[in-house]
Ligand binder design. Structure first.
Ligand code: GLU
Length: 386
């Protein structure tokens, strides 16, 4: 039996910004965990995780679940031999499977006297402030009622460009928006490895900052299981969470008592510390909004943005890609093509194309407008990539 403390470890409290609720935890359960034990009828891994979640909840921790597995269950229910590749059939499978998925959770939580709620979210729900506030209020109310919210992507309405991409990202956004102290991503991998040999001694226990080198380790930690995300998407999720002030732990859900160990601050899996330096607006620009196009800038502009935190002027823009309107979010790329920032643009793609490379004094006559300045993206509407 694993013992856990009611208060998280001092280390976590130190790295968790005060605005976050350190006893609020978002747990993402991957497809690999749901796929296990279905046929055998044995006490499944899911059952023990549910037990742990209920234990924590009874000790006044607030638990929010993000689950995958709807498509997998739908495929089974429909008697298909394999996962479909096309979107309509994936969406159909998800719609069928979501019923069974929730049924499974309802049974397992119900056996412990706990009530669950189904919450299906789409990316647009995070972009529209009113919808986001509503979703947040509902989740808050459910938690207040002692109900465990179980979230999945609303696969029926999701189209490619407005998808979260995968549930790792969804769980990070939920953790960020709900000001959770910790995000726990459970799958069939132990965490991030330093080498592809994946020996126990190669496991990275703690990542203070997600650097390019950390991202390169992702492929060494891959799993061959049925999940969709892989370590790269877990690191992306950790990045979103970290810059929102949330500590992320990526761990193996098959390890008995894993949740208790994590929440007691014991070493389990890989822990990504919270950076928490970004403002709400920067977080929204980088991780919430869907960019509508790209601006490529020259090296002078790149240095002005990165080092001197200046606005992006028309003169520094060398290429415009995509169709966007004034006020849309765009990616800003450096000379090498690497994305360096995102921001809301002051001109449509057409007008930006017309004024690119021009001095601010030439912008007005090029556009035939009396008020336009050469600021394509204002410094206050710009967020540099971490
Ligand atoms: N929403 C998908 C499902 O429930 C899962 C997406 C993912 O695993 O990342 O099947």
């Amino acid at each position: 039996m694993v013992r856990y403390t009611d208060v998280k470890s001092k280390a976590d409290a130190k790295f968790t910004p005060k605005s976050m609720n350190i006893h609020r935890v978002v747990i993402k359960i991957g497809t690999s965990i749901l796929a296990q034990g279905r046929d055998a009828g044995e006490a499944s891994v899911l059952e023990s995780l549910v037990g742990e979640i209920c234990d924590f909840q009874s000790r006044k921790w607030e638990m929010i679940l993000v689950t995958s597995g709807a498509i997998g269950m739908g495929v089974r229910e429909l008697g298909w031999a394999r996962r479909p590749q096309d979107i309509p059939r994936k969406q159909a499978a998800a719609a069928v499977g979501q019923v069974g998925l929730m049924g499974t959770y309802q049974k397992l939580f119900g056996a412990r006297g706990a009530t669950v709620a189904q919450v299906l979210l789409s990316r647009g729900d995070f972009e529209d402030r009113r919808r986001y506030l509503n979703a947040r209020n509902t989740l808050q109310t459910l938690i207040g009622l002692g109900v465990v919210p179980i979230i999945n992507e609303n696969d029926t309405v999701a189209v490619d460009e407005i998808r979260f991409g995968d549930n790792d990202r969804l769980s990070a956004m939920v953790a960020a928006k709900m000001s959770a102290g910790t995000l726990v991503i459970l799958s069939d991998v132990d965490g991030l490895y330093r080498s592809s040999a994946r020996r126990e001694s190669d496991l990275v226990g703690m990542v203070p900052e997600i650097t390019a080198e950390v991202e390169r380790l992702a492929w060494k930690s891959r799993s061959d299981g049925p999940g969709t995300g892989g370590m790269a998407s877990k690191i992306d999720a950790a990045k979103i969470a970290s810059h929102s002030g949330v500590v992320t732990v990526v761990a193996n859900g098959f390890r008995p008592g894993v949740l208790g160990e994590i929440l007691a601050g014991k070493p389990a899996g890989t822990k990504f510390l919270a950076a928490g330096k970004l403002s709400a607006r920067e977080k929204w620009l980088l991780f919430g909004a869907v960019p509508k196009g790209d601006l490529v800038v020259d090296s002078g502009a790149e240095a002005a943005l990165r080092e001197r935190r200046k606005s992006l002027l028309a003169i520094g823009v060398t290429a415009v890609r995509g169709a966007f309107r004034k006020g849309d979010v765009v990616r800003i790329r450096g000379v090498s093509g690497r994305e360096i920032a995102r921001g809301t643009v002051n001109f449509s793609s057409e007008d930006t194309g017309r004024i690119r490379g021009l001095k601010s004094s030439e912008v007005r006559s090029a556009l035939g407008s009396g008020t336009a300045s050469g600021e394509v993206v204002h410094r206050d509407s710009l967020a540099l990539l971490p």
